[in-house]
Ligand binder design. Structure first.
Ligand code: SF4
Ligand code: SF4
Length: 139
């Protein structure tokens, strides 16, 4: 079958574009920034990546409106960002991570990067801040 933007979504049962969200974040620069990022990617389904110079968090989380058949359950009133999403060249055509300059899918991947980026990374251990971060979280 020849896929076109008109028929592509109908045959895309996985609907990958509806199974995760991304959020731009401030560029991490210091050891403390990267330590915070390590904490974030330690959570299942949370990735960090850089694309065209901007850093993002990615959360693997299927939209609650996505139906079993791959259709949107609130299609007529779906959010603006969903309306804007173009399927000309989307996750159906290539993995979402294609083109990411950096991509960290878990703690170990980011830790390896930190150790290369900061010569004395290991000396950063718990020297900044105190207490459990989780206790200070605000939701
Ligand atoms: S935009 Fe792409 S990934 Fe999303 S449902 Fe359509 S074809 Fe699938
Ligand atoms: S609201 Fe609809 S189009 Fe938007 S992410 Fe959810 S299922 Fe997909």
């Amino acid at each position: 079958m020849n896929h076109t933007p008109e028929n592509k979504c109908a045959s895309c049962k996985g609907a990958t574009c509806c199974t995760y969200i991304t959020q731009p974040i401030s560029t991490p620069r210091t050891k403390k920034d990267f330590s915070n990022l390590l904490w974030q990617v330690s959570h299942r389904g949370v990735h960090a990546f850089r694309d065209e110079g901007t850093w993002y968090l990615l959360f693997d989380s299927r939209c609650t409106h996505l139906q079993a058949d791959g259709r949107c359950g609130i299609y007529d009133t779906r959010p603006h960002i969903c309306r804007k999403h173009s399927n000309d060249y989307c996750e159906f055509d290539a993995p979402r991570e294609e083109g990411f300059e950096l991509h960290f899918q878990n703690y170990d991947e980011l830790l390896e990067y930190c150790k290369k980026k900061f010569k004395h990374w290991d000396k950063a251990k718990s020297s900044e801040g105190s207490g459990k971060k989780g206790k200070k979280k605000k939701h």
